[in-house]
Design a protein around this ligand. Sequence first.
Ligand code: FAD
Length: 460
Amino acid sequence: KTALVWFRRDLRLFDHAALHHALNNAANNGQKVICVFIFDSTILAHLPKKDRRVAFIWHSLVQLKTALQEHGSDLVVRHGDPVELIPQLAQEFSAAAIYTNHDIEPAAIKRDASVEQKLNQQGQQFHHFKDQVIFEKDQILTQTGQMYQVFTPYKRAWLAKLQDSDLQSYPVQPHLHQLATIPAQRMPSMSDIGFEEIDIAFLKPGMDGGEILFDDFCKRMARYHETRDFPSVKGVSYLSVHLRFGTVSIRELARTALQIGGEGAEIWLAELIWREFYQQLLWHRPDVVDHAFKPEYDALAFPNNEAHFAAWCEGRTGFPIVDAAMRQLNQTGFMHNRLRMIVASFLVKDLLIDWRWGERYFALHLNDFDLSANNGGWQWAASTGCDAQPYFRIFNPTTQSQRFDPKGDFIRRYCPELAELDNKQIHAPSLYLHPQLAYPDPIVDHATQRQAALALFKRN
Ligand code: FAD
C-alpha cells in the first residue's frame, strides 16, 4: 500500500503539512509516499494561452520533480479533472490514503468534497491539513463567536493567539526515505496542457526563487514601513506569487519577521495578517465572490461605460499614474499595492464602473491572483466590503501621483512618451500645453466624477 500527497498551492519540499503527516504515518506503518500534481483542466480552460501563472507553476513543478528525483522518487504530473484523476491515481498506485493541504476557495471546497466522496467509496481515506496560513477558517473569532469584520481587532486577536508552536515547521527531511521509488514519470510540456511557453525567469519561480527573494527582502525588511508605498522604490517583498503557490512557507516568513522585529517587520507581518483576514472572510462569507459584503451596496447603478473600461484596461485614460500602473500589470503581471488601490478607486469612483469588472480583469492578469485577497482588495477600494474605505473617501489620482511618485520615476518607466516632462507636469500633462505629446487627454474630469460617485452611493 502507498499514500499519495496531492500538491496544489504548496509547491515545495520543505515545511509542508500534508507531506509531513504522510511521511510520518508512512514511517509508522511501512507505507511508501508518492507525490502528485494535477493541472486542473477546469481551471486552465478559462485562461489565455499565454499565462504567466501556468508557466510559474510549470517551472516550480520542474524544481519539485528534480528535488524528488534526488531522493530516488519522482513527481506524478497529470492533466485533467482532479475529481476523476485523483481517485484513479489512488487506484493505480494502490493508495490507502490521500493527503493534501486546505484550499478555502468555494470551488476548491466543492471539488475536494467530491474527491473525498469518491475516495471513500473506493475505501480510501482523505486527510487534509492547514498549511498555507497560520490561522484559518474559524480559528480567530470574536468573544461572541462571530467572524471579525474589522481588521485591527482581528490582528490583535491573531497576535494574542499566536504561540511558538503555530510557527513551527512541519519537517519533511527526516522521513524522505519513505518516498516511493517509482518508474520515471514524464512531465507534460506546456504545449501538452494547451499553453505557449513564455519567459517568466524574471519572476524567479519555484522554491529557489522564493528563497532568493526572501533573503533579499530580509535585508530590506527593517525599512519596509518607510519604503512600501513608493512604487518606483524596491520597498516591498515581491513574494505574493510565491505565497500564492506555496513556494515559500508562511511559518518561516512570519517567524523571521518576528525575529527581525522593529517597525518595518511589524508592519510587514500585519500585511501577512491581512492575507489571513481576507481568507477567513472568504471562508465565512463565500457569497462575496459575486456579491458586495455590505448588501446595501450590492446593486449600485453603475453606468459601466465600455469605452472607458477599455481605456482603463489598456492604460490610456490620460491619468499618467493610472496608465503606468495598468501598463505595468499588462507587461509584467505585477502591480504595486499603492497602485492597485489607486487604479481600483479610479475605476469605481472616477469611471463609475462596477468593481466586479475590475476584479475580473485583475484575476486574469495578476501573477499573484488570489481570490480572497483580490476580492477583499476590490471591495475595500469600492467601499462595498468588510472594513472598507468609506464611500466618501475618494482618491484624487493626481494628488496620489504627486505623493507616491513625486519625481515621476515610476510613470517614466511605463509611459515613456511622458519621459521628457518635468517632475511637476508629468502628473497632469493635460494642464500644460504639449502639442507634440502622443498621450491622451483625461477621459473624465475628476471633480465632476467625484460628485457623481457620491450621488451614486448616496442613492442607496
Ligand atoms: P508585500 O508588501 O511584501 O506584502 C507581503 C505579503 O502580504 C504579500 O505578498 C501578500 O501575500 C500579503 N498582503 C499584502 N497586502 C495585502 C492585502 N492588502 N491583502 C491581502 N494580502 C496582502 N494580493 C494578492 O496576493 N493577490 C491578489 O489577487 C491581490 N489583489 C489585490 C487587489 C486590489 C484591488 C488590492 C488593493 C490589493 C490586492 N492584493 C492582492 C494585495 C496586495 O496589493 C498584494 O499582496 C501586494 O501588492 C503584493 O506585493 P508584495 O508581495 O511585494 O507585498
